[in-house]
Design a protein around this ligand. Structure first.
Ligand SMILES: C[S@@+](CC[C@H](N)C(=O)[O-])C[C@H]1O[C@@H](n2cnc3c(N)ncnc32)[C@H](O)[C@@H]1O
Length: 281
């Protein structure tokens, strides 16, 4: 049997992680306001010990660490290059109450009843077995502790994804992942998400529908943004690698055509839909 989460580990410690490190600034500008919606669910009144699940390059971990100078933050992730970036950023800021560890939140053991809060910005949708992962997360939280995270709703409500995938599928045989499979849209179905949280024994579960415009590829022209877009999806990058220049040009032009409606001259402004999730143990 193949090792659990092997594909995700390879992706996030390989091409996927490298792209996120390279494009960290743009990614953080895009995701920061959405992550804030989940951060705002945390009651910061105590000296909290906080887990940042799938913390990636650490933007949210750093942000949270500044809010709990008396507490501590542990960022866990399976991506070595992204955690290297996170550690460097924490050192640059001389933050002492923060640590990062390579851990698979689904399969690795975590300290029991240890965290006051488990938080995530788009880092909880990549597990092969989300029920096992959320049981692990539940166990790691103290009695009365909090859970807060943000994840994507259906791609049709996130046109940065649905329009671009539509364009690419006009040219390439891009596989569609089965529903609920690990990936950014694994939790698009609210009832599935609710079932995972209820099965893991979380209480006071709230799943809020948040619709908000987001800036993608801040500071870039339409052409630069579309060129970048085609490099951030490694499946597409791999497929385009052996394609001829004419096909690449056609895809780029078709994408620019679709994205032009969202062009603000210095980045793209897209509608987005996310679930802002909170619960307690
Ligand atoms: C979409 S990125 C989000 C990164 C970061 N939270 C942010 O908002 O910038 C998803 C993150 O989840 C991490 N991840 C995926 N599967 C994981 C697992 N089983 N355990 C821990 N982290 C995981 C990835 O390595 C990646 O850093």
């Amino acid at each position: 049997m193949e090792e659990i989460n092997k594909k995700q580990r390879e992706f996030w410690s390989g091409a996927g992680g490298d792209v996120w490190v390279d494009k960290q600034r743009e990614m953080d500008i895009m995701l920061n306001p959405l992550g804030k919606n989940a951060i705002n669910k945390i009651d910061f009144s105590d000296k909290l010990t906080i887990l940042d699940i799938g913390c990636g390059c650490g933007d949210t971990s750093l942000d949270i660490a500044k809010k709990v100078p008396e507490g501590k933050v542990l960022g866990l992730d399976i991506s070595e290059p992204m955690l290297d970036r996170a550690r460097n950023s924490a050192n640059e800021l001389s933050l002492k109450n923060i640590d990062f560890e390579v851990k698979d939140v689904q399969t690795d053991s975590m300290p029991s009843e240890y965290f006051d809060v488990a938080f995530s910005r788009f880092g909880v949708m990549f597990f092969e077995d989300s029920y096992a992962a959320f049981k692990n997360i539940y166990t790691s939280i103290k009695q009365g502790g909090q859970l807060a995270f943000v994840c994507w709703q259906n791609p049709s409500l996130n046109p940065w994804q649905s329009l671009s995938i539509g364009v690419i599928k006009d040219f390439l045989d891009l596989p569609s992942p089965p529903p609920k499979s690990p990936g950014p849209f694994a939790f698009e179905d609210k009832s599935y998400l609710l079932d995972i949280l209820q099965t893991s024994n979380f209480r006071n579960i709230e799943i809020i529908d948040n619709q908000e415009d987001i800036t993608m590829f801040s500071g870039k022209t339409l052409k630069e943004a579309c060129e970048d877009y085609l490099t951030i999806n490694p499946v597409v990058t791999e497929m385009l690698k052996n394609s001829n220049e004419t096909l690449k040009e056609e895809i780029l032009n078709a994408l620019m055509d679709k994205f032009s409606a969202f062009d603000k001259g210095d980045g793209l402004l897209f509608p987005s839909a996310t679930w802002v999730v909170s619960a307690s143990k």
